[in-house]
Design a protein around this ligand. Structure first.
Ligand code: NDP
Ligand code: 7N6
Length: 309
């Protein structure tokens, strides 16, 4: 086995984090860090960190996806090429947990509407029965890994009744009941908020469609901080227009950026964030810490952390 001689940062990381600051975060590494573009070639002494996949990466020693979601990477190809692929799960509990609680507080206490009316200097008064406290309300978190647990802990701290869905039945702090994915409808039927925190896989694509939206309470809100294709977006629009559910907070979409023609843009009870659930001013450092730990592991021939292929 060869040791690493170079860490290549593919310029696609620029999509989400400032490249220069990211490269600086590797100053203490004992191999050089280089910014590379699409014309770069790789060999078995290179590690690569990237936002988007490229087939050339299969010539490297190890490839790191700077995202937690690696659904755009062909894991079979990595396994066939015997090139380890790692991801950035483990770092989004606070960032996505906080924004999810932010959505729930806004949707319950109408901050999004007050801000909308502020734009026209309008002293808006909602109907008396509209605002509610999230304390005492049920949240169902679908997916109880880093994101799901981060959301659950914060919701629990604010007095919510938190249940969740995952494949294993391993308990999760702050989650009072865990449902198997086969019992999804049972898990969401009583929830005031349903938060999606699962990976996009063949098993989860369109997991939330007409039947699930109809199962949800008509005063319930859907939160999607996972991946757009997990929700059937046409079904969601229909459900929102017909009052099948009360509203939604969406960070991710079937097509990103969300197309201008989407009716989601103009719905009062929909909060849209432009895939910024994990965005903070220290995101580059959080990702770099995962990569640096794996550089050290690679060099000492230990198992890589967060290996997904
Ligand atoms: P984890 O791997 O830590 O957790 C995933 C969880 O989903 C696990 O609890 C797993 O269950 C569960 N799960 C997987 N498949 C199913 C299924 N079919 N039905 C029910 N539960 C399932 O991942 P993360 O929490 O780090 O990230 C989750 C996803 O969130 C990422 O894949 C990514 O797409 C998205 N993401 C979005 C961000 C944003 O900016 N909006 C930021 C970061 C991530 P079990 O534990 O039982 O295996
Ligand atoms: C920003 C990506 C993820 O999967 O989509 C999110 O981690 C955020 C690097």
């Amino acid at each position: 086995m060869h040791g690493l001689e170079r860490l290549c940062i593919h310029n696609s990381v620029d999509e989400k984090i400032p490249v220069e600051a990211f490269i600086e975060a590797f100053d203490d590494l004992d191999i050089p860090t280089e910014l590379v573009g699409d014309d770069e070639t790789y060999d078995e002494t290179d590690a690569v960190a990237s936002f988007t996949p490229r087939s050339e990466f299969l010539d490297a020693a190890w490839v790191h996806v700077i995202r937690a979601g690696y659904d755009e990477f062909d894991t079979d190809a990595y396994e066939a090429a015997d090139v380890p692929l790692t991801n950035s799960t483990g770092i989004h509990g606070a960032t996505v947990g906080e924004i999810s609680v932010g959505y729930m507080l806004s949707l319950s206490r109408l901050l999004h509407l007050y801000r909308d009316y502020q734009n026209t200097h309008d002293w808006y008064t909602p109907t008396y029965d509209r605002p509610f406290t999230i304390a005492g309300e049920r949240l169902c978190v679908v997916g109880l890994g880093t994101l799901g647990e981060g959301i659950a802990r914060r919701a629990d701290a604010l007095g919510m009744d938190v249940v969740g869905v995952r494949r294993s039945d391993e308990p999760v702090p702050s989650v009072s009941a865990i449902y198997d994915p086969a019992n999804l409808h049972e898990a969401i039927v009583d929830a005031r908020f349903v938060a999606l925190a699962i990976p996009h896989t063949p098993a989860t694509e369109n997991l939330i469609s007409t039947a699930e939206l109809e199962t949800m309470r008509d005063d319930a809100y859907l939160i999607n901080v996972a991946r757009g294709p997990i929700v059937d977006e046409d079904a969601l629009v229909t459900a929102l227009k017909s009052g099948t559910i009360a509203g939604a907070a969406l960070d991710v979409f079937e097509t990103e950026p969300l197309p201008e023609k989407s009716s989601l843009w103009d719905m009062d009870e929909v909060i849209i964030s432009p895939h910024k659930g994990s965005a903070t001013n220290r995101y580059h450092r959080d990702i770099a810490a995962v990569v640096k730990e794996n550089v050290q592991r690679f060099q000492s021939e230990e198992d890589l952390k967060n290996r997904v292929a």
